[in-house]
Design a protein around this ligand. Structure first.
Ligand SMILES: [Zn+2]
Length: 103
């Protein structure tokens, strides 16, 4: 699946080094979307209960049940741009978690 092309307003500095995404001359860069989700334990229990009522069939339970969201988005989508130089380096610990809690 292809994402959406970028216009001038969509550009921002590299998330890792803070410089322009083409600062090293390479026109290729990464765009990464991060979302944090949480499992809704109650909804999972209800889905499991429905599954047991349907003799263990998850498919039947989905058809007969409410088909509830079992995990919900806590933090919305946040696009990060990563320049080609930083894309080659290992990420610092908790990189993804920090991004999710930042906004
Ligand atoms: Zn960078």
């Amino acid at each position: 699946m292809h994402g959406v092309n970028m216009k001038h307003k969509d550009f921002k500095p590299c998330h890792c080094c803070g410089r322009g995404v083409m600062h090293a001359g390479n026109p290729l860069f990464l765009r990464i979307s991060v979302e944090r989700l949480g499992v809704d334990a109650r909804a999972v229990q209800q889905a499991r209960g429905m599954e047991m009522m349907m003799g263990g069939s998850a498919l039947l339970a989905n058809i007969m049940g409410v088909d509830a969201d079992l995990a919900k988005v806590i933090d919305g989508r946040d696009d990060m741009l990563i320049c080609s130089q930083c894309a080659d380096k290992p990420l610092p610990p908790y990189f993804w978690l920090e991004e999710a809690t930042k906004s």
